[in-house]
Design a protein. Structure first.
Length: 294
């Protein structure tokens, strides 16, 4: 057993170089040759150690560089992750806000629809007593103004003062009212007045003009002829005033389909254009496409 002078490891007898550090354990003969041998061996040991150390240092340096590169890569990845997270968070936030807006809009639409349906349900059993009374007494002007008032109420457009095209889109809620109003007019005027009569006159005009090659505005043309026939206009460009219309009727010179006009005050063609739209949609939805009426 011999103990290494360099690293202190215990080596078995007969081992020439320390198994731990490689130190030369030989006992050299005290002679010039022996000393030279020993010196040579120790130099080699030192040289090997140096080379090994140098190599280790180089490897450590390479490893350190690799670690640095990995660290930097990790940092970049972490930054990217943060950015993606932040983008995703913003997108989620935007989507949530959109969902909220859409939900609110949906609720609004639903509540509006609910209100319209409710309006109908609430007044379902009312027979429009005021209108009926005017019509019964043949107070045509009052009945006409009451009709205008009721229509505005049904469509909830009092503030605007007339019915908009988009109000017609929900055709199911007000149709029973319109039909009821129409029936009252039809009954008490002895089948002279009402929307249904107006629509049938207008429809006839439309079918006459719809396929005419000479006429590129069949609707306007048809409506103009309709106005002349029901006594709203005496010639193409001469509208008759509301007062005159009422006087004609009261004097027994009224025309079929002349009422209701759905307007109040003195004549104004713009008002009638609105009736034009009303008739078109009333006619086409209530008496044309739907199976509500006969
Ligand atoms: Zn040793």
């Amino acid at each position: 057993m011999s103990i290494c002078k360099i690293c202190g490891a215990e080596n078995h007898k007969g081992i020439l170089n320390c198994l731990e550090c490689g130190w030369d354990l030989n006992k050299y003969i005290l002679s010039p040759y022996g000393l030279a041998q020993e010196r040579k061996s120790k130099l080699k040991w030192a040289k090997d150690l140096w080379t090994k150390n140098d190599k280790n240092e180089y490897e450590i340096k390479i490893l350190q560089q690799e670690i640095e590169a990995l660290k930097s890569k990790f940092k970049t990845l972490r930054q990217e992750k943060r950015e993606i997270e932040s983008t995703l968070k913003q997108e989620i936030k935007d989507l949530n806000s959109k969902i909220e807006t859409l939900t609110q809009e949906k609720q609004k639409i639903e509540s509006n629809r609910y209100q319209k349906v409710d309006l109908y349900n609430e007044r379902k059993n009312i027979d429009f007593p005021q209108l009926e009374e005017f019509l019964k007494k043949k107070k045509w002007e009052e009945a006409d103004k009451e009709t205008h008032y009721l229509i505005l109420e049904i469509y909830n457009t009092h503030k605007i003062g007339y019915i908009r095209k988009k109000d017609f889109l929900d055709r199911f809620a007000p149709l029973p009212y319109l039909k009821k109003i129409d029936e009252l007019w039809f009954e008490y005027s002895e089948e002279m007045f009402g929307f249904k009569i107006q629509w049938s006159i207008y429809k006839d005009k439309l079918s006459q003009h719809r396929f005419s090659y000479l006429n590129n505005e069949p609707e306007a043309h048809s409506f103009n002829e309709f106005e002349q026939q029901v006594g709203w206009r005496c010639k193409r460009d001469y509208p008759i005033s509301y007062k005159e219309i009422i006087e004609q009727i009261l004097n027994g010179k009224g025309k079929r389909g002349q009422l209701p006009i759905l307007r109040v005050g003195e004549g104004d063609t713009h008002e009638r254009i609105r009736i034009h739209n009303f008739l078109k949609i009333f006619g086409s939805s209530a008496y044309y496409n739907c199976q509500i009426a006969e």
